[in-house]
Ligand binder design. Structure first.
Ligand code: ISL
Length: 695
C-alpha cells in the first residue's frame, strides 16, 4: 500500500463550509435541478424554518434523513406520529438540538431536503415486467471462486470451468466483481486499466469466452463499473501527476495547500477506510481526494471529459456483449464544487465525516441520466441493467434514483437493513430478524408500480448473515434455508452472494496476518494508534472484516476445498459438509434447497412479479405473506426464532398445498426453529398452471 509521504495531522473539525451560508448554496442547487428534469413532476414544497417536523417527514429526503437518524439510534420512526414531535416547528427543533449537536445541523439537513424538488411517482397498475425484475442474480467474487492455474488466485478460467454450478442453481444473471487490471490495493476496486484483465485472472479472450458461455446457457452477465475513483496507477492519474495543471489534472481533485494551514487538508472529509480522505503528494505539492483507500483517487465528474471517458468504457464493454453493470458507489460521483466541511455530529453518527455532501450530490440525477442515454440505451441496444451500489441511500431517495419514469438507475443497493437496531457492522451482536421483518414490510408498503427493490443479505463487503443472526451450528442449515426462502419468494430482485447457497458462515481467522482486506488493516492500525489494545482491536476487526465474504469457495471436501492446487490467497478453514460436492450429494442440503427455490420461482410468476400481502404482521417471531399474480397465489411462512412457533389459527387443509419446506418432518400448525414453508393457496387450487419459460 502506498503510504502518504507526509502524514497529515487529522484535521480538527472546522465548520467552515457551514459558516458560509449553506442555505444560499443549496438554493442554487434547487434552481439548477429544476431545469434539468425532463418532465414536469410533482414539486415538494420548499421547507423553511416555520415548517413542522411532519412536513419535513413528508419530504422524500426528509423522510430518509429522519428514518436514518431513528435507525442509528435504534428507535422507531413512529415518534414522528406523536403530535408533539410531528407538530414541532423546525426552528424550535433547531434551537433544541443545537444544544447537543453544535450549530447548523437542522438547516443543513433542511437545505439538503430542499435541494430535491421532486417526489417519487408511484405509478399505477402493475409494475412492467423486465428481465432484471424477474431474474435471480448471483455475485461471483472472481478472486475466490475457482483457480484454474494453481497460483492460489481465482480466475476467469476457473469461472468458465464451474459455470454449470450456476446454471444448475438456476441463476439468470452473473455479476462479476472487478476483473480489470489493478494493483489490488482494494481487491480490484482500484482499476488501473478498464480495458484490460488483471494478469492473475486471465485474458480478455477468456472474458469474451465467459460472456459467450453465459449466453449459451441462457444466463446474462454484468460487470462491476468502478468509476467513482480509479487506481493511482491508472494512466490518467499518472498523467495528472506528470502535469497537474494539464487536462488529466482536471480528472481528479488535486488541490494546493492553504498557505496559512499548509498541513491541513482542504476539508475535514474522512476516508471510508479510516483517516483523512486527503493525501499530500509532495512531488506536485497538491492534496488529492480519496474517499476510499489512498491509492483510489476520486474522479471529478464535474469535468465533462471524465464523463466522456466513462461512456467510452461502458460502450467498449457493451460491444463485447455484457448485459449491464453493477455500478460501484455510484451515488458518490457528484461532489459539491466548494467541497464543504462535513458536520461533526453527522460524521460521528455515520463514522465518516463529509458523506452528507456527496452521498446524494447536487448533479447525481443529471449524471445518471446522461450515462444511461449515452451508453446504456443507444438506439437498437438490448435492454441492459443499471444496478447502483448506493451506500447511505434510503427508501425514498432510492425510489427517486430508480423510478421507472425517471431514466436513471434500474435498481439500487440500499444497505440500511444489513444491521439491525442501532448496531453497526463493527459490533459483535445478534442481528434481529424481527427488526428486518418490520423494515421490509415498511419498504414494500411504499413501493408502487414504478418501483422495484433488490433483496440481499450479503456481498463481498460484509460478514455472513447466518453468523450475524445465530452462529450456533445446530441452526446453520435451517437458517441458511430460511434466508434463501425469504430472498427468493419476496417481491424484488434477489442477489445471492457466492457461498450463500452453501450456508457459508464467518471464518475463524486467528490474527490480523490472516486478513487481506485493506479496510480491516487500516481499521486495526487506527484502533491501536488511538490506544486500543491489540486484543480489542482484533475483536472488532474479526467481527467486521470483509474477508468473511471473500473466502475461497469450497468445491469439495479436500483440505483446500478444491479451490486451488496451490496456496490460496486467503486462508481456507475446514468446513466439513459445506462444500458444493457434499451438498450436491445430499438431498436435504441448503444447496438443494436453493435449487428448488429458484426452480419454484421460475415456475410461478406470482413469486417473481406478484403483489405481496403480509399476514399477521404483528405476531412476533412469525413472518408470513401471500404473493399473488392473476389467479396464482402462493403463501410463505417463516419462523424467525430459534424456538418452535405455534400457529393458533392454522388451517390443516392447507398442508396439502405444501410446495417446498425446509424440514423433512413437518408438524401441522407448528413451525420448528427457523423453519420455512412455501404453499400453494388454497391447497386445492388448480390455477397454478404449467411451468412457464422465463427467458
Ligand atoms: O465496506 C464499507 C466501508 O467500510 C462500505 O461502506 C463500502 O465501502 C461501500 O459499500 C462501498 O463499497 C464498494 O466500493 C468500495 C470497495 O472497497 C467495496 O468493495 C465496494 O463494494 C470502493 O471501491
Amino acid at each position: 500500500m502506498d503510504v502518504p509521504a507526509r502524514t497529515p495531522t487529522p484535521a480538527p473539525v472546522r465548520l467552515r463550509g457551514l459558516g458560509r451560508e449553506p442555505r444560499a448554496r443549496y438554493r442554487l442547487l434547487v434552481q439548477g435541478r429544476k431545469k434539468r428534469h425532463r418532465r414536469a413532476r410533482p414539486e415538494n414544497p420548499t421547507l423553511d424554518d416555520a415548517a413542522r417536523v411532519r412536513d419535513f417527514y413528508a419530504h422524500p429526503v426528509g423522510r430518509d434523513v429522519i428514518d436514518k437518524m431513528f435507525h442509528l439510534q435504534g428507535r422507531s420512526n413512529r415518534w414522528v406520529d406523536n403530535p408533539i414531535v410531528g407538530g414541532m416547528r423546525l426552528r424550535t427543533l433547531d434551537r433544541l438540538v443545537r444544544l447537543f449537536t453544535g450549530h447548523e445541523l437542522v438547516p443543513l439537513v433542511v437545505d439538503l431536503a430542499n435541494s430535491e424538488p421532486h417526489a417519487p411517482d408511484p405509478g399505477e397498475g402493475q409494475p412492467e415486467p423486465t428481465w432484471w425484475k424477474e431474474a435471480v442474480f448471483y455475485q461471483v467474487y472472481p478472486r475466490s471462486f475457482a483457480d484454474s492455474d494453481g497460483d492460489g488466485v481465482g480466475d476467469v478460467g476457473g469461472i468458465l470451468e464451474h459455470l454449470d454450478h450456476l446454471a444448475d442453481l438456476g441463476v439468470d444473471c452473473v455479476w462479476l466483481s472487478p476483473i480489470y487490471d489493478s494493483p489490488n490495493e482494494d481487491g480490484g476496486y482500484d482499476v488501473r486499466d478498464y480495458r484490460a484483465v488483471m494478469a492473475e485472472m486471465g485474458t480478455l479472450d477468456q472474458v469474451d469466452a465467459l460472456i459467450a458461455a453465459c449466453h449459451a446457457r441462457g444466463m446474462r452477465i454484468i460487470l462491476d463499473l468502478v468509476v467513482n475513483h480509479t487506481s493511482h496507477e491508472h494512466e490518467w492519474f499518472q498523467r495528472a501527476l506528470a502535469d497537474p495543471d494539464g487536462p488529466h489534472g482536471a480528472y481528479y481533485f488535486l488541490l494546493p495547500a492553504d498557505p496559512e494551514h499548509p498541513d491541513q487538508p482542504p476539508n475535514n472529509w474522512e476516508s471510508a477506510f479510516t483517516g483523512p480522505a486527503w493525501r499530500w503528494i509532495p512531488e506536485i505539492e497538491r492534496w488529492v481526494l480519496h474517499v476510499f483507500a489512498p491509492g483510489q483517487p476520486d474522479l471529478n465528474w464535474e469535468n465533462p471529459r471524465v464523463r466522456d471517458e466513462v461512456v467510452e468504457v461502458c460502450r467498449w464493454w457493451f460491444d463485447r456483449g455484457i448485459d449491464g453493470f453493477r455500478m460501484d458507489v455510484i451515488n458518490f460521483i457528484s461532489k459539491p464544487p466548494d467541497l464543504p466541511d462535513g458536520h461533526e455530529l453527522i460524521g460521528d453518527l455515520l463514522q465518516v465525516a463529509g458523506v452528507e455532501h456527496y452521498f446524494y450530490g447536487p448533479r447525481l440525477h443529471e449524471y445518471l441520466r446522461e450515462l444511461r442515454e449515452r451508453a446504456f440505451e443507444r438506439p437498437g441496444s438490448p435492454p441492459r441493467v443499471m444496478v447502483g451500489e448506493t451506500p447511505g441511500i434510503g427508501v425514498e431517495t432510492g425510489r427517486l434514483l430508480t423510478g421507472a419514469d425517471r431514466g436513471e438507475l434500474d435498481l439500487v443497493f440500499s444497505f440500511d437493513h444489513l444491521e439491525s437496531g442501532s448496531h453497526s457492522r463493527f459490533e459483535d451482536y445478534r442481528y434481529d430478524l424481527e427488526w428486518y421483518k418490520r423494515y421490509l414490510i415498511d419498504y414494500q408498503s411504499r413501493l408502487g408500480s414504478n418501483d422495484w427493490m433488490t433483496l440481499f443479505f450479503e456481498n463481498h463487503d460484509n460478514p455472513r448473515m447466518i453468523s450475524k443472526v445465530n452462529p450456533e451450528p445446530e441452526h446453520r442449515v435451517a437458517l441458511g434455508k430460511l434466508l434463501g426462502t425469504l430472498q427468493l419468494t419476496m417481491r424484488g430482485t434477489p442477489f445471492i452472494h457466492q457461498g450463500q447457497e452453501l450456508a457459508a458462515v464467518n471464518q475463524p481467522f486467528t490474527g490480523i496476518g490472516d486478513l487481506q482486506d485493506v479496510e480491516a488493516h487500516r481499521r486495526f492500525r487506527a484502533l491501536v494508534d488511538e490506544g486500543a489494545s491489540e486484543e480489542d482491536a482484533w475483536a472488532q476487526v474479526l467481527t467486521s472484516t470483509r474477508d468473511h465474504g471473500r473466502v475461497p469457495l469450497r468445491w469439495d471436501a479436500s483440505p483446500g476445498g478444491g479451490f486451488t492446487t496451490g496456496t490460496p490467497w486467503l486462508v481456507v478453514h475446514p468446513d466439513p459438509g459445506f462444500s458444493v460436492a457434499e451438498q450436491a450429494a445430499d438431498p436435504d442440503s441448503v444447496l438443494q434447497h436453493y435449487r428448488r427455490l429458484i426452480a419454484l420461482r421460475r415456475r410461478h410468476r406470482a413469486l417473481r412479479m406478484g403483489d405481496v400481502t403480509f399476514v399477521d404482521p404483528e405476531r412476533v417471531g412469525f413472518f408470513g405473506w401471500f404473493r399473488t399474480w392473476g389467479t396464482q397465489r402462493i403463501r410463505v411462512e417463516l419462523n424467525l426464532t430459534d424456538e418452535p412457533l405455534t400457529l393458533p389459527d392454522h388451517d390443516p387443509d392447507a398442508d396439502a398445498g405444501l410446495l417446498l419446506g425446509s424440514h423433512t418432518v413437518v408438524r401441522s400448525g407448528t413451525l420448528a426453529p427457523y423453519e420455512s414453508r412455501v404453499y400453494r393457496w388454497p391447497a386445492v387450487q388448480q390455477g397454478l398452471g404449467a411451468p412457464e419459460p422465463q427467458r
